[in-house]
Design a protein around this ligand. Structure first.
Ligand SMILES: Cc1cc2nc3c(=O)[nH]c(=O)nc-3n(C[C@H](O)[C@H](O)[C@H](O)COP(=O)(O)O)c2cc1C
Length: 200
């Protein structure tokens, strides 16, 4: 079967993040975001795609700062609440009953209860007619110690980061589980030996 252009996005499982921003007037905003990816390694920069009509984009343009929060699956109802098109004067922390978590470097707060908080500053906006690509620099990244070991590896079966699979008329919220195979980065290089670490 060949998918029509409008069905194409359905083949990719996507991450779910919550982006928190503050407007010039100080109104706090939260929006779920899935078109988001690190720009290679190390994780210094991140790119997110935004439709033009987004308070999030306006706030980032105004303040040049945003937090990418990673929610776990139990926050799914708040994710859906924050996806509603509230006018810019609505404080979405209040609407979704989410507590603010002070950021270390930037003004917009993160969201309590998330797994990780990436404080970002705007590096560049690549504008197209209907959308923009926003490149951010990750200036501070903190995680909840309960879900990460000292190497920074996530215990994803406990942390349950949220993801989505899009459908024709809606989206399925999904979660990560171990598929039964670990691959050391060394496996990408010919002749190097795989060493499977013991996860504790
Ligand atoms: C799981 C999920 C992922 C989303 N991903 C994006 C995205 O990548 N880019 C985007 O422009 N809108 C995305 N949206 C839609 C926005 O979250 C939604 O329009 C929201 O109301 C925007 O809020 P804002 O105007 O306060 O920024 C997503 C919505 C959901 C539920």
């Amino acid at each position: 079967m060949i998918l029509k252009p409008r069905q194409r996005e359905q083949v990719l499982p996507l991450p779910v993040a919550l982006i928190s921003t503050v407007s010039q007037e100080g109104i706090r905003n939260i929006a779920p975001w899935s078109n988001i990816t690190p720009i290679l390694r190390p994780f210094d920069e991140i790119v997110m795609a935004s439709w033009i009509k987004r308070d999030t984009l306006n706030n980032i343009r105004q303040t040049k700062e945003f937090v990418i929060n990673i929610p776990h699956e139990e926050m799914v109802e708040q994710v859906i609440l924050c996806s509603k098109n509230y006018p810019p004067e609505v404080d979405e922390f209040e609407v979704a009953n989410l507590a603010a978590r002070s950021s270390q470097i930037i003004k917009p707060p993160g969201i309590e209860g998330c797994l990780a908080w990436m404080e970002c500053t705007l590096v560049e906006e690549i504008s197209r007619k209907n959308y923009s690509l926003v490149i951010g620099k990750v200036v501070h990244l903190e995680v909840d110690d309960r879900f990460f070991n000292e190497n920074g590896d996530m215990d994803f079966e406990q942390a349950k980061p949220l993801s989505i699979i899009l459908g024709d008329k809606g989206m399925w919220f999904t979660s990560s589980f171990y598929a039964g195979r670990y691959a050391d980065y060394a496996e990408m290089f010919l002749g190097k030996k795989d060493e499977t670490p013991v996860l504790t």
